[in-house]
Ligand binder design. Structure first.
Ligand SMILES: Nc1ncnc2c1ncn2[C@@H]1O[C@H](COP(=O)(O)OP(=O)(O)OP(=O)(O)O)[C@@H](O)[C@H]1O
Ligand SMILES: [Mg+2]
Length: 276
């Protein structure tokens, strides 16, 4: 079970980051910093403990910093300040070869924009992680086919990504991350393009992975019902800042402020927590 610790991570996008960082430390808000420095505040002093073997959900409005946060965990983004510890080691210390290894073996990711390799078939995309690790084509195929079937794409294994719909591409990205069989899976809006039935199935699959294989899953969603159903813990971001982190019932019953309360009020009422 892999634990992740985010320690005082700030990320400023833009050349004038020193002034912008200083402004965040003086309590200036994101809009003011953008107006004065031209920099976007991606994250502002975020600290989080992500327990091993559970599903950890990140929520927040568009632009609140969800993708930026999750991309720090596999170092697709480097922080302006702060550190990220995965099982106690600082990912910023990884040398290029160790970083490649870390991404192949420890952490897989489902990208918000799918991130498929356009000239490879569905099956080749799905088994990519296993092949990089040295598995032969024949040995990788049954693993790939199992996940292609799980996400409902049996029969499409030899198609190329451009021959698929958006939701199908999303499922290929999902199958690829699950086939890689890493301890940590980062899922950036991984279910957003799925229809409700497949979405519910995939939520169940994730809960199974959590229960049986003790994967650490960091899951971004806009959907509060989904967050409440699958999250052991939920973190809520606003303008790059962490506004609350808690269990589904803590979020529902004691929202930290009006922003969280507004999320909770719009809740349709379905989707009971699986972490009672
Ligand atoms: N590469 C970049 N260059 C400049 N600014 C960026 C970059 N990536 C993100 N940002 C800024 O950082 C902030 C957070 O963006 P991020 O993509 O993390 O939001 P998000 O919560 O994932 O939103 P969405 O729900 O729309 O995917 C935004 O203000 C955005 O403009
Ligand atoms: Mg995003």
């Amino acid at each position: 079970m892999t634990e992740i610790k985010i320690r005082n991570v700030s990320k400023i996008f833009g050349g004038n980051w020193k002034s912008a960082l200083a402004m965040t430390q003086q309590g200036a808000d994101k809009g003011e910093i953008l107006a004065k420095t031209g920099c976007s505040v991606g994250l502002d002093n975020v600290s989080l403990d992500i327990a091993g073997g559970r599903i950890f959900v990140i929520m927040g409005l568009s632009g609140s910093g969800k993708s930026t946060l999750v991309r720090h965990i596999n170092r697709l983004i480097e922080p302006t300040s702060g550190e990220i510890l995965v099982d106690g080691s600082n990912v910023l210390d990884l040398k290029p070869k160790d970083l490649r290894d870390f991404r192949n073996r420890r952490v897989s990711m489902v990208f918000q924009n799918f991130g498929l390799m356009p000239h490879r078939t569905v099956l080749q995309n799905v088994v990519y992680g296993q092949r990089v690790r040295g598995l032969t084509k024949d040995d990788a195929k049954p693993i790939g086919m199992k996940w292609i079937e799980t996400v409902g794409l049996a029969g499409y294994e030899n198609k190329l990504p451009h021959q698929l719909s958006g939701g199908m591409k999303q499922r290929v990205g999902l199958a690829r991350a699950l086939a890689a069989d890493t301890d940590v899976i980062l899922m950036d809006e991984a279910f957003s393009a799925l229809d409700p039935l497949i979405r519910a199935d995939m939520q169940d699959q994730l809960l199974q992975l959590e229960k049986n294989l003790h994967k650490t899953i960091v899951f971004i969603t806009h959907d509060l019902d989904e967050a409440l159903r699958i999250g052991a813990q939920i973190a809520i971001l606003k303008d790059g800042k962490l506004v609350q982190v808690g269990t589904p019932s803590e979020i529902l019953n004691s929202p930290a402020n009006d922003y969280v309360a507004r999320f909770v009020q719009r809740r349709a009422g379905a989707g009971e927590s699986q972490h009672a």
